[in-house]
Structure formats: C-alpha cells, structure tokens
Design a protein around this ligand. Structure first.
Ligand SMILES: NC(=O)C1=CN([C@@H]2O[C@H](COP(=O)(O)OP(=O)(O)OC[C@H]3O[C@@H](n4cnc5c(N)ncnc54)[C@H](OP(=O)(O)O)[C@@H]3O)[C@@H](O)[C@H]2O)C=CC1
Ligand SMILES: Cc1cn([C@H]2C[C@H](O)[C@@H](COP(=O)(O)OP(=O)(O)O[C@H]3O[C@@H](C)C(=O)[C@@H](O)[C@H]3O)O2)c(=O)[nH]c1=O
Length: 295
C-alpha cells in the first residue's frame, strides 16, 4: 500500500497554489492533481486583463505559488486580434509578476515552442538558452509574456508544445489537435495532415508531472518541458489512429497545401540541457487514446 506522504503533491514545498486558467486543459489537470492545494480561478472569477481586480483576488487568496496557465491560445484568431492576445499573454503577465513580487511568491509562467521557428533550416532541437525568434502574433505575445514574468526574480518559465488532454467535459472538436483528429476520424472523414512541421506534442498529465518535478526541486529560470522525441502532425495523427484502432484515410501533405492565417514553425523541437524526466511522445498518444476509448 502507498503511504499518502509518498505523494509527490504532498511533498511539494507549497500549500496554497493559485492556478489561473483552471478551466483550460492544463489548469483542469493541475487542479485535479493538486486537489486541496489548488486555488483555481478562471475568467468567470476575474479577468486577468483587469489589473486591479486581479491584484485584489490574489492578495485575498494569499497563495505561496502562482501557476499562470491562462492564455489566449487561438493561434490563427490572434492574427486579427493582436491587442486582445497581447493583453492576456503579455500585459496580464506583467501585472501578475508585480503582484507576485508584492506577495513574495514565485510565478510559474507556461510558454510555448512557438517562441522559436524563424530558422527555416533548423534541424536540431532548441535548448533553453537559444535565442527566440517568434513568427506570428500568438508566438510574439508569448515571448513578451516570458519577458514580463522574468521581471520578478522568482520566476519559472516552462516552455511546452502541442498540448492535448482528455477533458472531463468530453472531447470538444477543435479543442486540441488530437480531439479534432479523433472526432473527424470516427466520422470516416478523409484527412490531409502536414508532414513537414516538426515538434513534440505533449500529453497534459505528462506536463503536469514535469512541472511537479521542477517545483519539488524549487527550480527557477527557463525550462523546456515537452515529451521526448520528435514528430510531425501527420505522424502524430497516424500514431493516434493506430492506438485508437481506427482505419482512417490519412494523407501526408506539405504546409503549402494547408495554408493558415498564422505561420507555424517548420521545426520547433525542444530539448533540455537540464535534468527532467520526459516521457516519449508515443506514450502520451497511447495513454490519451486509451482514456478516450474508456470514456
Ligand atoms: N494548447 C497548446 O497546445 C499549448 C499551450 N501552451 C501554453 O500552455 C498554457 C495552457 O494552455 P491550455 O491549457 O491549452 O490553454 P486553454 O486555452 O485550454 O485554457 C486557457 C484558459 O485561460 C482562460 N483565460 C483566457 N483569457 C483569460 C482572461 N483574460 N482572464 C482569465 N482567464 C482567461 C481561458 O478561458 P476562456 O476559455 O474563457 O478564454 C481558458 O480557461 C498557455 O499558457 C498556453 O499558451 C504552450 C504550448 C502548447
Ligand atoms: C486540423 C488539421 C490541422 N492541420 C495542421 C495545421 C497546423 O499546422 C498543425 C497543428 O494544428 P493546430 O491548429 O491544432 O495547432 P496549433 O493550434 O498551431 O498548436 C499550437 O497551439 C499553441 C497554443 C501552442 O503553443 C503550440 O505549441 C502549438 O501546439 O496541423 C492539418 O494539416 N490538417 C488538419 O486536418
């Protein structure tokens, strides 16, 4: 039998962990895993783009750690809504950093592989100290968010990629790439998926565990926390359909045949120069498929 004191959550050096974006993919998983240690907030509690309201809520909650998972994550829509996107992904983070400094509590800011991507010839993984080169509005706003978070000394910036999870509300088409693929695949829709954008999509529960590893070690600074290995979106879809036992007509295509308002990186694989246990991307895909077929 497991001793409850062996739980990685019990051994975290924090008791009151405020999670923003608690209804989103990562926020939901963190709150389910953290249980009573989680003080969860989302847009219906307060709007992070309202600085004084945000400050009041944080001071009242008196957390000993803030994990900011809230973000404007609609990559294509961001191209037409630059100010809304920057308000959440950058300005709100600057305010959070100020309030965290006032509370003397560390701030964990979740960021993205999309802070890289300008180098079209790149074929080797990016490390934490590589120079960012974001392309679209979302990508630029997330880099600005990193810079805002780092104005408070006690910051931990966690860059990840292509999040997917089994949300308790059920698969919502369009919520994440894997949900979209499964939903279309189950309807026998023939699919054409890009096979020349390399990255490492990450199963949300695996990211939560990586964040807990970093928190348990009281890490500060920038960390790359994706699944291990690399894939294209086409290969991910193929692996997913195989794991789900679905026979889908799936065609690999170049990015030029799937034009989108926001440019995606050709290569944004992240590796880390720092110790972190990172499960292989295929494992996340299989765990996701198993949970989906059980739900
Ligand atoms: N999704 C992905 O593939 C990746 C995400 N990331 C980063 O990881 C983090 C978590 O992503 P994920 O869980 O997928 O995000 P989601 O989009 O699932 O959730 C974000 C949450 O933030 C809330 N939110 C947005 N704006 C505000 C606001 N102004 N005030 C209060 N709450 C707000 C959203 O509410 P509402 O729905 O009402 O807008 C939503 O509940 C983000 O920082 C994201 O940039 C990094 C790499 C990949
Ligand atoms: C649905 C679909 C997408 N695609 C392509 C479009 C795109 O290039 C790629 C991935 O699609 P998505 O739009 O789901 O991915 P996108 O929203 O760009 O995912 C990103 O989200 C943000 C929040 C991040 O921070 C990033 O890490 C990244 O994961 O797959 C196809 O080729 N065929 C399809 O049928």
């Amino acid at each position: 039998m497991t001793n409850p004191s062996d739980s990685p959550i019990d051994s975290l050096p924090y008791q009151r962990i405020l999670v923003t974006g608690v209804k989103g993919q990562l926020g939901t998983d963190l709150s389910l895993t953290l249980g009573e240690k989680c003080l969860g907030f989302d847009r219906d509690d307060f709007d992070l783009t309202e600085p004084s309201e945000t400050r009041e809520h944080l001071l009242r909650a008196a957390p000993d750690l803030v994990i900011n998972t809230a973000a404007y994550t609609a990559v294509d829509k961001a191209e037409e809504n630059e100010s809304d996107c920057f308000a959440v992904n950058a300005d709100a983070v600057a305010n959070l950093a100020e309030v965290c400094e006032e509370l003397a509590c560390p701030l964990v800011q979740i960021s993205t592989d999309y802070v890289f991507g300008g180098d079209k010839q790149r074929k080797t993984p990016y490390l934490e100290d590589d120079t960012p080169d974001p392309q679209g509005v979302y990508a630029k706003s997330k880099l600005a968010g990193e810079q805002a978070a780092s104005t408070w000394r006690e910051h931990l910036i966690v860059r990840t990629c292509g999040l997917y999870s089994v949300h308790p509300d059920g698969p919502i088409r369009g919520r994440n790439f894997c949900d979209t693929m499964l939903s279309l695949g189950r309807n026998n829709t023939p699919l054409r998926v890009v096979d020349d954008q390399w990255c490492t999509p990450t199963f949300v529960p695996h990211l939560s565990q990586m964040i807990f590893q970093l928190l348990a070690r009281n890490e500060r600074g920038v960390f790359h926390a994706t699944a291990d290995g690399q894939t294209t979106w086409f290969q991910l879809a193929k692996e997913l359909f195989s794991a789900a036992g679905l026979d889908v007509e799936l065609t690999p295509i170049p990015t030029s045949e799937y034009p989108t308002p926001a440019e995606r990186p050709q290569y944004s694989v992240l590796a880390s120069s720092k110790p972190l246990e990172r499960p292989d991307w295929r494992l996340g895909c299989r765990e996701y498929a198993a949970l989906q077929s059980a739900s």
